[in-house]
Design a protein. Structure first.
Length: 95
């Protein structure tokens, strides 16, 4: 009988420490950014969520941005744009 070697292709866990951004007192009059990763149904789901939030909380506007590569983080320039342009951001996936 032969032998085999079983590999476990996982890395050791690491702990990242980060603080959360302060919450908003209100969404009224704010600008909501939506970041889509273009997966199946992502645009439809995010658009519905954006519309519902806009109606319920009287948000000034909802603006969509798109991430081009689904499996990779958003590029730094896109993240900088999101942080500087919007009061709140929703990022979601589809499928």
């Amino acid at each position: 009988m032969g032998t085999y070697v079983m590999l476990k292709p996982t890395a050791a866990g690491r702990i990242l420490r980060a603080s959360l951004a302060p919450g908003l007192d209100t969404l009224q009059g704010k600008t909501l950014g939506i970041l889509s990763n273009q997966k199946v149904n992502a645009d439809a789901v995010l658009e519905a969520i954006g519309t519902a939030i806009q109606q319920k909380f009287n948000i000034a506007r909802v603006i969509k941005r798109t991430k081009r590569i689904q499996s990779q983080p958003a590029p730094r320039d896109l993240m900088d744009d999101l942080v500087s342009s919007f009061d709140a951001i929703i990022h979601g996936v589809g499928d």
